[in-house]
Design a protein around this ligand. Sequence first.
Ligand code: KG4
Ligand code: ZN
Length: 334
Amino acid sequence: MSRILGIESSCDETAVAMVEDRAGELVIEQNLIASQAALHATWGGVVPEVAARQHAQTLFPLLVEACIPQTGEGIDAIAVTNGPGLAPALRVGVEAAKALAWLWGKPIIPINHLEGHISSVFFGETVPAFPALVLIVSGGHTEWVYMTGFGDYTLLGSTRDDAAGEAFDKVAKLLGLGYPGGAALSKLAIEGNPEAIHFPRAMLKSGDLDVSFSGLKTAVSVFVAQHPHVSKADIAASFQAAVVDTLVAKTRAALKEREVLSLIVTGGVSANGPLRRAMSELAQTFNISLFLPELALTGDNAAMIAAAGALRWRKGEKDTSWQTIVASPSLTMT
Ligand code: KG4
Ligand code: ZN
C-alpha cells in the first residue's frame, strides 16, 4: 500500500493528484486540473514561457485546493513529469516537486509523460495483461509500443512528422474551430459525411509501423482553398475518417506482427469517439481485451502520473537523490 502525490506541468495543464495503491488496486483520491487552454487560444498555440508562468502561479493554489497536507503526512512519494514536454513548463513541476521532497524528506519518482498516459488504464480491478500493444495518440506523439510489463517497452513505430493530435489541431484551426481544436472538430464531424471527400491515407503500404500526417493536413488545406463552399462538417468527418483508418490499419498490422493479450489506446486523441469504436471492433476481431482511459483521463492529468509513480513504487523504484532530477524535454521511451 502506498499514497503517491502526482504533479504534471509538461504542456498547458497544471495538474495535481493523489493516488492510493490499495492492495494492488490503484484508486484516485484527488485529481485536479487547471487548464490553460483559454489563455493559449489567443495565441493559436501553446507559448512555452506563458505556460510556465501560469504553472508557477497555479501549482501551489492547486495543491491547497486538493487538500494536500502541508506536512506531507500520509504521502509516500512525489511523482512528477520530467519529460517529454515544454522545457520551461516541465521545470516548474520538477522544481516544485524537489522543494516538497526536500521539505518533507520524501523521495521523488520522475515520470516519463508517455508512461503516464499508459498508466491511465491501470486504475481499478481490471488492468491489462501482458504482453500488450500500446498506441499513444496525443498532441505531441503517435507511437506504437510493445509492452511486456510495466516499464518494459519496445518502440515499434511512430509518426514521421505530425502527431495525430497535432493534425487534428491544425485542421481544426484551418476550419476556424480555435485551439486546441481536436474535440471541437470531432463534435462538428458528427454532422458530416465521412465519405464525402476522399483524403489520403499515407504510408499504408510502407511495410513498417510508421505513419505520416503532414500530407493529409496539406491535402485538407488545398481542398479548403479550392472548395470554399463545401460543408465544414463533411471536411471534418472525412479528415477524421482518414486519421482513424490510418491508425486502425497500422494497429492491425502491429497486431499481426506481435501476439498480445491486450490493446491499450491512450493519450488525448483516445477521447475520439470513432477511434474508440474502431479500436473496439479491432480488438474483438483479434479476440483481445481493449483498454481505453476513462474520458476524464484521456487528456493530460496528474492522476496518470501518480499512477505511474505508484506502479514504479511497487517495483521498489524510488529516487532519493532528488538533487539530480532535472526537467528533461527530450526524454524518450526506451
Ligand atoms: O495527451 P494530450 O492531452 O496532450 C499531449 O500530451 O499532447 O493530447 C492533446 C491532443 C490535442 O491535440 C487535442 O486536440 C487532442 O488531443 N484531442 C482530440 C480529441 N480530444 C482531444 N483529438 C481528436 N478527437 C478528440 N475528441
Ligand atoms: Zn499528454
